[in-house]
Write a protein that binds this ligand. Structure first.
Ligand SMILES: Cc1cc2nc3c(=O)[nH]c(=O)nc-3n(C[C@H](O)[C@H](O)[C@H](O)COP(=O)(O)OP(=O)(O)OC[C@H]3O[C@@H](n4cnc5c(N)ncnc54)[C@H](O)[C@@H]3O)c2cc1C
Length: 376
């Protein structure tokens, strides 16, 4: 006899761990299937820190979801007794008139998000740059968040299998059920949730032409005086320059990684595939980060201490897709295309997916994230 669950979640990474937690919390029987360990370094959630901010320059429609996410982060902190969100503030800068600063201001005005002015002393901004400071922003801890969500999900009755890869699924078998086939067994559920990150095109029919997986390089730089960059003294930051399309960003030194500051460039990197990405970092990969540090943050521009390759899974418009699967609305819901900015939303995406899995709809405002926008 095949084991049956209310829900199966394919991929227990960022979004999948949150879906398992919310479903288990609501008393549903749930099986989470993860092909690697939980967490792991091969997808989109490695690297110790992720920025969380509310004055969303990408699209103000994300802000109601962020307001909910902030509440969820607080609730998760209380439940786990672990500080997963660290309020450090976020320093933004860009050449005067740049869309980054204009959009931040617009979003902040629409939703009354406090912004301040002033430039932290360690930065050296070229003339003609303007800046803002978002005091309620900071960073969250991706690996520890996933650990906490899975821990609580199991406590609440979820079954989570690590190192079990889903090979395929189909909804055409026994009426009312989706069958999921892994390298170990077959299971069935009433509604499937697919949160497979950079592997989503293998698990969701019809999205291969829309999902673009890119290689992203992170680097940790050693400042001469690390004690000047602790989270009590130095904020998260995000800076657009006149010559680059994306934005550079970074973090203070965190207690679990003393002596080095994390730097990265937020813009889709080279196209790749999740299973064959080149994880070896060469000098050319980090030249832009070092040049940026020398110019904008000279006291941090020491040598590189370590590097990592991570994956963005980009949708065509770099906005997320969270929806029921067209044609199988009652049986499958999907969340993909988090495009390098999804982690701050993890707990609210878990809540939305639990709603879609249980009721087929959610009261949270996600219409702008519908999958149909790419079907024309
Ligand atoms: C370098 C970098 C920096 C970032 N910075 C930020 C930031 O500052 N702020 C922010 O908010 N966001 C940031 N993000 C984005 C954020 O981390 C991602 O949007 C988020 O992690 C995506 O979550 P996911 O669940 O889609 O993918 P993942 O967390 O990778 O989870 C997908 C999971 O599915 C599993 N899986 C796939 N296929 C199968 C299968 N067949 N069987 C079983 N398991 C399977 C995978 O192994 C994986 O564990 C960043 C991302 C990167 C790469």
């Amino acid at each position: 006899m095949m084991i049956s669950y209310d829900h199966i979640v394919i991929g227990v990474g960022s979004m999948g761990s949150a879906a398992c937690y919310h479903l288990a919390r609501r008393g549903r029987s749930v099986l989470g299937l993860e092909q690697f360990t939980i967490p792991h370094e091969l997808g989109s959630h490695a690297g110790e820190t992720r920025i969380i901010r509310k004055a969303y320059f990408e699209h103000p429609d994300y802000i109601p979801l962020l307001i909910r996410a902030y509440e969820n982060w607080q609730e998760l902190t209380e439940r786990s007794g672990k500080q997963l969100y660290h309020k450090t503030g976020l320093f933004y800068a860009a050449p005067k008139g740049h869309e980054l600063i204009n959009s931040i201001r617009r979003s902040a005005e629409l939703y009354n998000i406090p912004l301040e002015s002033g430039v932290p002393t360690k930065f050296s901004l070229p003339t003609g740059y303007e800046s803002l400071f978002e005091p309620d922003a900071g960073y969250v801890e991706p690996e520890n968040t996933i650990r906490a969500l899975v821990h609580h999900a199991i406590d609440l009755g979820a079954e989570i299998h690590e190192r079990e890869q889903v090979l395929g699924w189909n909804g055409g078998g026994q009426p009312g059920y989706v069958t999921v086939r892994t390298n170990i067994a077959e299971y069935r559920c009433k509604k499937l949730i697919v949160t497979a990150g950079a592997w989503s095109a293998k698990m969701i029919p019809g999205i291969d032409k829309h999902l673009r997986v890119t290689r992203q390089v992170l680097a940790w730089l050693k400042p001469a005086e690390p004690e000047q960059f602790t989270k009590e003294k130095f904020p998260c930051w995000l800076i657009a320059t006149e010559n680059d399309k994306g934005a550079y960003y970074g973090f203070p030194i965190i207690p679990s990684h003393l002596g080095a500051l994390k730097f990265a460039y937020h813009y889709p990197g080279s196209d790749t595939e999740a299973d064959s990405v080149n994880r070896k970092v060469v000098i050319e990969d980090t030249e832009n980060l070092l040049d940026f540090a020398r110019k904008f943050l000279p006291p941090a521009s020491g040598e590189i201490e370590s590097t990592k390759v991570c994956l963005y899974s980009n949708s065509p418009d770099e906005n997320f897709v969270i929806d029921n699967l067209a044609g199988m609305e009652d049986q499958v819901c999907v969340a993909w295309g988090f495009s390098g900015h999804g982690f701050k939303f993890v707990p609210v995406v878990g809540e939305i997916l639990a709603d879609l899995a249980m009721y087929g709809k959610t009261s949270l405002p996600i219409e702008f994230l519908n999958a149909g926008r790419f079907s024309a």
